[in-house]
Design a protein around this ligand. Structure first.
Ligand SMILES: [Zn+2]
Length: 256
């Protein structure tokens, strides 16, 4: 089973309540090393952890991840205009992580945040460290997709669309079959996933991903990118945008 399961991630639009408040941090016994920043061609990795292994792995994977996301988004007509650079932050402790992303997201492996005009990807060191190279690549591409498409995504865009598309870009060209990328998935779906918190979260992400794979079977790669770009910017997505019965049939035929 692919451990990307733990790599659930979230699009986070920072509001004032979540802004970093370092002076309020509780004391922590976690060793805190001076923040070190390392550069890739297409971004930076800043780590305040004494453990440099993860930062080095992210630095080595970053350029390829940014390029892969750009290439996939460019399949759509006109592509997506974005900076094609990403800054990744790896906090050293839970407290520092919470100060950046808020308490609700501290168990996510990665979080894309917008803090004023700046966008960053924050990684949860404990969750990201055990990931294989394949899984770390999926995680990075997922979060980078959020960053790349943030300006095209309305705050009210449904999560099945936003998260499903980020996973679709992340898994694109990995060659992983749906069953492996989404091991919790069953074919008995009755509606689009809406609850991306709580105990059903992992399944919701995998259902959302499978919606995009279903669309890919109907519309092709370019069709998926253009479906996302067309709908993500709307304040409300037409409930009929996805034929749920067709999706269910696709799942039955694909994963049984
Ligand atoms: Zn996400």
């Amino acid at each position: 089973m692919l451990a990307v399961l733990v790599a659930v991630t979230f699009l986070l639009s920072l509001n004032a309540a979540l802004h970093p408040r370092p002076h309020e941090l509780p004391s922590t016994t976690t060793p805190h090393c001076k923040a070190s920043s390392r550069s890739a061609v297409m971004g930076t990795v800043t780590s305040s952890s004494c453990d440099e292994v993860l930062a080095t792995r992210v630095q080595q994977a970053l350029d390829e991840a940014v390029a892969a996301v750009s290439n996939t988004l460019d399949i759509g007509r006109g592509g997506v205009s974005w900076s094609r650079r990403v800054d990744v932050v790896i906090p050293s402790s839970d407290a520092e992580l919470v100060s950046l992303v808020g308490p609700a997201f501290k168990d996510m492996a990665g979080i894309a945040i917008r803090d004023g005009a700046a966008q960053r990807v924050v990684l949860n060191r404990e969750r990201a460290t055990p990931l294989s190279d394949l899984e770390l690549g999926v995680l990075l591409r997922h979060e980078i997709t959020h960053v790349a498409t943030r300006d095209q995504t309305s705050d009210s865009a449904p999560l099945w669309l936003v998260e499903g598309f980020a996973d679709w870009v992340a898994f694109h060209e990995t060659g992983l079959p749906l069953r492996e990328a989404a091991p919790l998935l069953t074919a008995d779906v009755t509606g689009l996933p809406a609850d991306f918190t709580g105990p059903g979260r992992d399944l919701a992400y995998q259902q959302a991903y499978s919606v995009m794979v279903y669309l890919q079977s109907r519309l092709g790669d370019r069709g998926v990118v253009e479906f996302f770009l067309k709908n993500a910017s709307l304040s409300a997505v037409d409930a009929r945008a996805i034929d749920v019965a067709g999706w269910r049939e696709f799942l039955r035929a694909t994963i049984g």
